[in-house]
Design a binder for this molecule. Sequence first.
Ligand SMILES: Nc1nc2c(ncn2[C@@H]2O[C@H](COP(=O)(O)OP(=O)(O)OP(=O)(O)O)[C@@H](O)[C@H]2O)c(=O)[nH]1
Ligand SMILES: [Mg+2]
Length: 343
Amino acid sequence: MKRTGPTASLIRRALDGERVPLARAISLVENEAPEAVGILDACFAASGRAFRIGVTGPPGAGKSTLVARMAQDYRRRGETVAIVAVDPTSPFSGGALLGDRVRMGELAGDPGVFIRSMATRGSMGGLAVHTAQACDVLDAAGFSRILIETVGVGQSELEVAQAADSTAVVLVPESGDGVQAMKAGLMEIGDLFVINKSDREGADRAAFAVKSALELRAPGGDWSPPVLQTVASQGDGVAEVVEAFEQHRAHLEATSGLERRRRRRLEQRLHDLLRERLWGEFRARVPEQRWAASIDALVSRRLTPHQAAGRLAGDGSAAAGENGRAPRRGAGRSGRAVRSARG
Ligand SMILES: Nc1nc2c(ncn2[C@@H]2O[C@H](COP(=O)(O)OP(=O)(O)OP(=O)(O)O)[C@@H](O)[C@H]2O)c(=O)[nH]1
Ligand SMILES: [Mg+2]
């Protein structure tokens, strides 16, 4: 694929890791701009090398603090780091991340670190896709570790966390957290667990509760998630968290678990794209009036949802039939519901 013009130059510079073009490329992808597909296509071949690390947990658990410290530790190990902070609660683009930005300030001057925040525009589903795509761009730009921070409070946030190869669930010592984590499904997605704010009362108890809960978890292969304690604000225990992630990575590589996880992710991506595309094509073929009439037929119980879907789907393929003309009989049969719905 040969590209010329401003987008080609933007992509080239972004892939070279130039900050401004990189940030711009991610924004274009995030905004689903016309250039987005070209950017993603150009990045795809060069991606698949970064290790993607998810850090999730309840609000205020210290995720940003931990991520910033982990980034420093990874830099000491000679890795380059991209940080993607997902803030589903912020209606402003990154507005609520100001505190995080300040905390991450000391990383900001390092050319081996790139920090990006993603704010919701529209659905969480969209956020999950945009986060995964931003990771693809950063991966292609050559960052060897991508740290994804998400607030884990519901199913949709868990989807975001699934963009990662390996995920840490960050909890705090306060009682009840273990139970809450179970409820939110966080227990299922953690490859490792971190009790942060272990300078506070009850950290050992919380770690024990998490270990006990993990014993009840369905066996997920031969990796037993470690439960670590940190004081992220002081940097205590952070090197151990990084080490645990690296051990998990080695484990995944040795057992082809990484390949399996990535294959599953790519399959999901293909599935989503096809569903979106086929749905769009189908919907564009169904006239608005016919669509409304089908809903009317459901509301008045003249058709069941399955019947209505069957008829609309039949129409869809008929419309795409010979000479682009819908066969008379087909149209008549499936048009019945419309007529009766109208009068
Ligand atoms: N006592 C103590 N405070 C900490 C620790 N780690 C972080 N904090 C503080 O906890 C507060 C929240 O930290 P953040 O890193 O912003 O937490 P977060 O999970 O990113 O928060 P959200 O992104 O808003 O969900 C800040 O005031 C931190 O300074 C720790 O280990 N001990
Ligand atoms: Mg944060």
